[in-house]
Design a protein around this ligand. Structure first.
Ligand SMILES: [Zn+2]
Length: 92
């Protein structure tokens, strides 16, 4: 009971695989239990304003490190695309 990290086992919300994690440190995603999706995301995967009551009833679901890594890569790609669509790079 001393020095050991407190780990628990749960299911990743994104890929449904079971993994162990430290509940204090695990990355989570807010999920609305009524729609089983994050508040603000529609069935089509498009964004809409998150309703306050949807946010209020939402719970944090754990996300496994693999999915976090995947999400980071996607976010990076989207950011790059946004950059290309917008202002040209100003450095150099
Ligand atoms: Zn996962």
């Amino acid at each position: 009971m001393t020095g050991e990290p407190a780990t628990t086992t749960g299911r990743c919300y994104a890929c449904k695989s079971t993994f162990s994690f430290d509940p204090q440190k695990v990355e989570t995603m807010l999920v609305d239990p009524e729609t089983n999706r994050p508040p603000g995301i529609t069935a089509l995967g498009t964004l809409r304003p998150a309703l306050p009551d949807a946010v209020a009833r939402s719970i944090d679901e754990p996300i496994c490190p693999e999915c976090i890594e995947k999400a980071r890569r996607i976010t990076k790609t989207l950011n790059l695309q946004q950059q290309w669509d917008g202002e040209p790079p100003t450095s150099n």
